[in-house]
Write a protein that binds this ligand. Sequence first.
Ligand SMILES: [Mg+2]
Length: 219
Amino acid sequence: MNLDIFNDKTTWLFDLDNTLYPEKSGVFEQIDERMKIYISQKLKISKEKAFDLQKLFYKKYGTTLSGLIKHYDVDPEEFLEFVHDINFDNLKKSNKLKENLQLLPGKCIVYTNGDSDYASKILESLGIKTIFTDIFDIRKADYIPKPTKISFDMLLKKYSIIPERTVFFDDLEKNLVYAFQKGITTIHISDKKNVKKPYISFRFKTVINALDMIIKSME
Ligand SMILES: [Mg+2]
């Protein structure tokens, strides 16, 4: 594995959910459940039907919210507030994560389909909020989610990102496709043994593993 390429990187983009914290913390599970309840109440349909719609929209539009806005004119702020009203107790502060993030040269930015209030709570729970220069959230992206090119281009423009000097971490492969096409180094965070796609530069089991390797390669 040639890790020399990390030496000249200056921008580090991080997905939030299931990337900066592990899937097993159950945070996203709670959001998933809240989405189902929201849809069921809002559209006055059964939870089963709500769940089907939730997943259909997620697949078709990148987020459930996008589908709800498009087809049901749902107020995005109402939705975001409702689904992120969850318990953060399972998130643990990690000194290792904090130390490694602090060692990265340049700036760290969160790129999430969630909203910044929610993202801030997560980052605070993990003890890493002060490290990030900004959170590019779904509001800043005009509610247009990853993995669309429109959303990613907005991000590139906003922070004057130089793709060749940028690294992007995400647990969803599809979010990395366009970034790789643009020349960004892509890191897939996953503990599953899938075939590594050509648009994935590296794959690590956890973000801490990834940062450990990167920091070591810079010494
Ligand atoms: Mg994620």
